[in-house]
Design a binder for this molecule. Structure first.
Ligand code: IPM
Ligand code: MG
Length: 360
């Protein structure tokens, strides 16, 4: 089959990790008889440097014309990079928010898994990590505080900033449906996370999630307040299967969950709309401090490519080939710097890509 993929190498370590992901995808294509058609677009700082804006209309159109988008990372050092002297709507992150909105990518899937081989990197006590964990954070991605009206004004000489948090029931329902659908393919439990003891948007969230749950009698639903969820993630992460939550809570909880795995360089993510189209990217950032040094971990991007094959192209066998290659490389003791431990062999970004390619 022919796979039309738009790539966004982006900033920082983005170009190096996307290059490795393409290498692995090419090996998959060769083995299973597919044709990969890549088109690169600029986004974030890379686009600012060329076009003066973090995302152009043409780039969005190119992305729309593909079957899926594979992204590295965007953004730079917020204290030193000139990109952060620009007005907020022209900074690298604005490009990411704009493409999410333009492609209607309302469902963000962020798996947080404790890899057996990397259990030593988990910062939790052994008594806790021994149970292992494997959760999917489902974050609403195109609503809430991120896209509400915002402004900064001055009233009687006092500066005041306003951000608004809005959700309508349709926005809640469509992400809830995705959450329950995914739970059905997993361990059939949804933890819906909100702040219903304070926020109206959370009270509506809870009601709509309960309505959706009626269509999924085989899936267990529980509600959890976001502050409690932050605690539970470090106290007993094994209790979670699918965490379903709004944009801002999901941003924060997914970083916490990834840190708890001890290996953020391993975590993939998918952002989906209501068709098969999706944007796939690692959960980590652009790590400008290590860019260009061939020490970044490409695995999160490569696993994002695997999610792309699975969710956008229904190529489960091919996705399994990538996931198994990752397991095999870890079992053989190869590690990039971020997941290095005693007795293992340290490899760079390119070599990790080569080792994975050989195993496809
Ligand atoms: C993420 C990032 C983005 C977000 C930033 C870069 C705007 O933190 O993807 O989690 O907050 O969504
Ligand atoms: Mg984030």
């Amino acid at each position: 089959m022919e796979l039309k993929i738009t790539c966004i190498p982006g900033d920082g370590i983005g170009p190096e990790i996307v290059a490795e992901a393409k290498k692995v995808l090419d090996a998959v294509a060769a083995k299973y008889g597919h044709v990969m058609r890549y088109t690169d677009i600029l986004m974030g700082g890379a686009s600012i440097d060329v076009h003066g804006v973090p995302l152009t209309e043409e780039a969005v159109e190119t992305a729309k014309s593909a079957d899926a988008v594979l992204m590295g990372s965007i953004g730079g050092d917020t204290t030193t990079s000139p990109w952060y002297k620009l007005p907020p709507n022209l900074r690298p992150e604005a490009g990411l928010l704009a493409i999410r909105k333009a492609l209607n990518l309302f469902a963000n899937l962020r798996p947080a898994v404790l890899y057996e081989e990397l259990a030593g990197a988990c910062p939790l006590k052994k008594e806790i990590s021994a149970a292992g964990f494997d959760m999917m954070i489902m974050r609403e991605l195109t609503g809430g505080l991120y896209f509400g009206e915002r402004k900064t004004v001055e009233e009687n000489g006092v500066r005041k900033a306003i951000d608004t948090l809005t959700y309508d029931e349709n926005e809640i329902r469509r992400i809830a449906i995705k959450g329950f659908d995914i739970a059905r393919k997993r361990r059939k439990k949804v933890t819906s996370v909100d702040k219903a003891n304070v926020l109206d948007s959370s009270r509506l969230w809870r009601k709509v999630v309960e309505e959706v749950a009626k269509d999924y009698p085989d899936v267990a639903l529980e509600h959890m307040l976001v502050d409690n969820c932050a605690m539970q993630l470090v106290k007993d992460p094994a209790q979670f299967d699918v965490i379903l939550t709004e944009n801002m809570f999901g941003d924060i909880l997914s970083d916490e969950a990834s840190m708890v795995t001890g290996s953020i360089g391993m975590l993939a993510s998918a952002s989906l709309n209501d068709t098969k189209f999706g944007l796939y990217e690692p959960s980590h950032g652009s790590a400008p401090d290590i860019a260009g040094k061939d020490i970044a971990n490409p695995i999160a991007t490569i696993l994002s490519a695997s999610m792309m094959l699975r969710y956008s192209f229904d190529l489960d066998q091919e996705a399994d080939a990538i996931d198994n290659a990752v397991k095999s490389v870890l079992q053989a003791g190869f590690r990039t710097a971020d997941i290095m431990s005693e007795g293992c062999q340290r490899v760079g970004c390119r070599q990790m890509g080569d080792l994975l390619t050989e195993r496809i």
